[in-house]
Design a binder for this molecule. Structure first.
Ligand SMILES: [Zn+2]
Length: 86
C-alpha cells in the first residue's frame, strides 16, 4: 500500500521517523530538505495548516520561488535521510 496519497499523510506522522520535508521544484528538479518542526510551525503561524496538513499539501504553501529557475511549482515528499543516519 502506498501511504503517500493526496493530500498526503499528516505531517505529524513523520515525527516518528525523524523525517524532514523534501521540497522538489517541478521546473528544474532542484530539491532541498527542510526540517519538519519549523515547517509545521510556519504553517501554523500563517494559519494555513499545521500538524494535520498532508505532506503533499505542503507544496501549496511554499512562499518563495525556486532559487535556481524561479519557478513556483513544487512537490513535497518525506525526506528520510535523517532517519537513515541512526
Ligand atoms: Zn527550479
Amino acid at each position: 500500500m502506498n501511504q503517500i496519497d493526496a493530500p498526503g499523510v499528516p505531517r505529524a506522522h513523520y515525527r516518528q521517523h525523524g523525517a524532514g520535508v523534501r521540497l522538489t521544484c517541478l521546473g528544474c528538479y532542484k530539491h532541498r530538505d527542510l526540517p519538519l518542526e519549523p515547517v509545521i510551525a510556519r504553517l501554523m503561524a500563517r494559519g494555513v495548516g499545521g500538524e494535520r496538513t498532508g505532506i503533499r499539501e505542503v507544496a501549496r504553501y511554499v512562499s518563495e520561488p525556486c532559487e535556481r529557475c524561479h519557478g513556483w511549482r513544487f512537490e513535497t515528499a518525506p525526506a528520510f535521510q535523517s532517519a537513515a543516519r541512526i
